[in-house]
Design a protein around this ligand. Structure first.
Ligand code: GLU
Length: 326
């Protein structure tokens, strides 16, 4: 057992945890139990327009009801911006960031998805190096409310081996270009905050949805100038989608775990469904998080995304039909 290995659960309180989020957390938690990683909780509440009041409490209740505990935290990102400002000063002193004032149309196009963990469908256009100013300021300053600060993305090819998704090769300069690290709302972007926090919290193991796989390359590029020597190991797992192929969301009905719990669905039944979705055979009608961790095998996790169907919903809420789908 490596006592120094640390992972994190990092929910964004932009919406209560749905079955897809919770499946990823359960897998993360199970791997931590199996491999002896310490678990930290981090509330990623920087995407203020989308952060909703009360959601943090709701997600803490959900994790608790499912038996997903943690050893440290929560660290709430909005509580203190100084670590992120310090990182910006460091990037600025190295001549790697610049304020970027664009027309609204350009900004919408070029910065889509930059403020929070990228959302599927919000395709990010490339922001090419050609749009950099001739000279970068040597000091990071905030305040006009008009400029996002962008990272001058180097041309490097980033390679790493994902613990589930396998060998990766990305060139963020080509696929993304200069991405936002500090927003005109005077907040760190997701990409910057996650790198700063994973480093200051000593996170060595990152388990999350594979929609963030290409963000890992951007994050690895930021680590070098920030003096972060040990890159974390990554495990990006498939997502849960609706029958339309889109990532699980409101349009697929109310799949919030707290709603199921409020409707009287037992936590163990929810975990049994997630277990079936995670390659665990014979989970039956109810299983605890501990039992999930005992039975989970990352090498048997189905490589394809899970499709949530109305049958799954019916199975969850209708104990009478239990046992018909195992
Ligand atoms: N807070 C992010 C999300 O909920 C996860 C970020 C990460 O794991 O790096 O999508």
């Amino acid at each position: 057992m490596h006592l120094t290995e640390r992972t994190r659960l990092a929910p964004s309180p932009t919406g209560a945890l749905h079955l897809g989020n919770v499946r990823t957390f359960l897998i993360n938690w199970a791997l931590a139990k199996q491999r002896g990683w310490r678990i930290l909780l981090r509330i990623e509440d920087l995407d203020t327009p989308r952060v909703k009041p009360g959601v943090t409490d709701s997600l803490l209740r959900t994790l608790d009801a499912l038996g997903l505990n943690w050893g440290e935290g929560p660290l709430v990102q909005s509580a203190d911006f100084e670590p992120y400002r310090a990182a910006m000063r460091q990037l600025s002193a190295a001549g790697l960031v610049y304020p970027s004032i664009e027309s609204r149309g350009d900004l919408e196009e070029a910065a889509a998805g930059a403020l929070s963990a990228p959302q599927e469908g919000a395709r990010e256009s490339v922001f090419p190096a050609a749009r950099r100013p001739a000279a970068f300021p040597t000091q990071f300053s905030v305040g006009t409310g008009e400029a996002n600060w962008r990272f001058a993305t180097p041309d490097d090819i980033v390679t790493f081996t994902d613990g589930f998704s396998g060998p990766q090769r990305h060139c963020p300069a080509q696929s993304i270009g200069d991405f936002v690290v500090w927003t005109k709302r005077d907040q760190p972007s997701y990409q910057l905050a996650v790198v700063v926090d994973d480093a200051r919290q000593g996170v060595t193991q990152i388990v999350r949805g594979n929609d963030l796989l290409d963000s890992a390359a951007r994050q690895l590029l930021l680590m070098k100038p920030l003096g972060i020597e040990r890159a974390p190991s990554y495990i990006h797992v498939p997502l849960v989608r609706g029958q339309d192929g889109k990532r699980l969301a409101k349009r697929h009905g109310d799949t919030r775990v707290e709603t199921y719990l409020n409707r009287g669905v037992k936590p163990g039944r929810i975990i049994a469904l997630l277990a079936r979705w995670s390659g665990i055979k014979g989970a039956g009608d109810e299983i605890t998080a501990e039992q999930f961790a005992g039975a989970f095998d990352l090498s048997r996790l189905p490589p394809d995304d899970v499709i949530f169907t109305p049958d799954d919903d019916r199975w969850l809420v209708g104990g009478a039909t239990s046992g018909t789908r195992s």
